[in-house]
Structures are given as C-alpha cells and as structure tokens.
Design a protein around this ligand. Structure first.
Ligand code: CIR
Length: 269
C-alpha cells in the first residue's frame, strides 16, 4: 500500500514564508480546492491519503514534505530552517511513528525535506538558506546505518533543491540548469525546463505517472514528447507560497510489518 500524508491548507496561509517571490494575495478557498484536487489525483494514482491534523497557527503547514524524510527503514524528522515552521514537526512525528521508527534532527542543525532528493541509495541534499552543514552531517549519520549515502549539492536562485531538480524517470532528471548543475548528478540523464518556466522542475512520481503542475505548459509538452505519462494538477495558488507538487505530501510504502502503532491500537479495541 502507498500512503500519502497530507496536511490541510491553513487559514493563515497568506502569511507564509517567502524567499524568492514577492507576496501576492492568495485566494485561500481556491488553494483549498487545488489541494483537494491534488489529494484526489494521488488517490486516483493508487495512494491512500492520511491527513495530518490541521495546524491553523502555522501558515506553511500544507508543505508537509519539509517536515520529514521517510525512508523504508526509518523516518528522519527535520528541524526546518525557518523558525516559523519548527512547530509543524511534532504532530507529523507522532503520525509517522505509526509507520516508521522516527529519528529527529537536533539543534543547531536545520534541514528542510524539500532539499532532499532520494535517488536509489543516495540522498542528494541541497545546501540552502534552510538546510545548513550541520543538518547535512546529522542526516548523513542518521541514515548511514541503513546504507544510504548523503551527497551535498550546491544550488542557487530558488528555495529548495527540489525546486531546481527532481526525477521524472529512473535515471532521468528534470532540472533548471540556471539553478543547479547537471554535473552534480553524474549517473543521470537530464532534461531542462523550458527557459520561460523556471519553476517547472518540481515533479512527483507516483504509480508510473509524473504528477505535474498545469501552469508549465511548455515543459509539460517537452516531457510528453519524451514519452513520459503525465497527470497535471493546478497548483497556481500554492505556487504563490513557493510550493509545488512534491511539497504537499509525504509518500511512502506501508507494509503491515511497519504498522506497529496501528496494529497495537487495533488489538486494544
Ligand atoms: C516556505 O518558504 O517554507 C514555504 N512558503 C514554501 C515551502 C515549499 N516547500 C517545498 O517546496 N518543499
């Protein structure tokens, strides 16, 4: 079973953190509709949606990707780089503990899930305004026992590494070459976003399909020409907060052997 953990759009979403974009009014009702359509699409592609509790006091809570890195063996609970987001992690850790052993990142380290790109057994980690060297080092030591390698990646011009590059197929990356160098990923083929769409590199693979924001039509056509199967979703309101498709979910496989908390509760009932 594939689980996608999501978190509702907060009523305070308009007060989100912004780093590279100017603040624009956000239509919260429309953002909620787009988020619901995103959840429907993940369901259609085979995921079971598990909603984390709403967190109205945290404007950016919908971007749940930044709070955890869920691997098959364990989940690393991050310490987000923006102090306004640190209170998002406790409820996520409690929920994920039903599925995985949780490993917290501790101060002074900071780490945002949006900076972590998992390719095979390698975690490429963007060194960013949100993820510091201590965060990269802690992640490396937390995942070393499970045989993951951590490779720091330099990038600039956008918030997170996964704003600049994501995988669209096995061994194939979509990237904005103005923000990150293809040479950082020596074993991969790369496709570049259409230069008119700098924010078009964030994609989410699920069930053999690439979930893709509908607001990047030129890059979408390029991906289709490349033979990829796309399912588009409108996340234009979420994009005003510097979010896209990876950041609104935590997706992982769930086998019953991992369901300690759920099975315990079921047996108590
Ligand atoms: C922030 O600045 O933290 C949010 N406004 C956007 C976070 C987007 N997260 C992501 O792409 N992983």
């Amino acid at each position: 079973m594939v689980i996608a953990v999501t978190r509702p759009v907060s009523p305070s979403f308009g007060e989100c953190e912004l780093t590279h974009l100017a603040r624009e009014p956000i239509d919260i009702a429309r953002a909620c509709e787009q988020h619901a359509a995103y959840e429907d699409l993940l369901r259609l592609l085979g995921a079971t949606i598990v909603r984390a509790p709403a967190a109205p006091a945290f404007p950016d809570a919908v971007f749940i990707e930044d709070t955890a890195i869920v691997l098959d063996e364990a989940a690393v609970i991050t310490r987000p780089g923006a102090s306004s987001r640190r209170g998002e992690t406790a409820a996520v850790a409690a929920l994920i503990a039903d599925y995985r052993r949780v490993l917290p990142v501790e101060a002074p380290a900071t780490l945002d899930g949006g900076d972590v790109l998992l390719l095979g057994r390698t975690l490429y980690v963007g060194r960013s305004g949100r993820t510091n060297d201590a965060g990269i080092a802690q992640l490396a030591s937390l995942v070393a026992p499970f045989d993951y390698r951590v490779v720091p990646v330099e990038f600039h011009g956008c918030l997170h590494l996964k704003s600049a590059v994501t995988a669209v197929d096995d061994g194939v990356l979509l990237m904005n070459p103005a923000w990150v160098l293809a040479s950082a990923f020596p074993r991969c083929d790369t496709l570049s976003v259409d230069p008119r769409e700098p924010y078009a590199a964030n994609t989410l693979r699920l069930g053999g399909v690439v979930v893709y924001p509908s607001q990047h039509p030129f890059t979408r056509d390029l991906l289709v020409q490349h033979g990829l199967c796309l399912a588009t979703t409108d996340c234009s309101e979420l994009a005003k907060a510097e979010g896209a498709v990876t950041c609104c979910s935590l997706i992982f496989e769930h086998g019953f052997e991992n369901a300690r908390g759920i099975l315990d509760r079921a047996s108590e009932a």
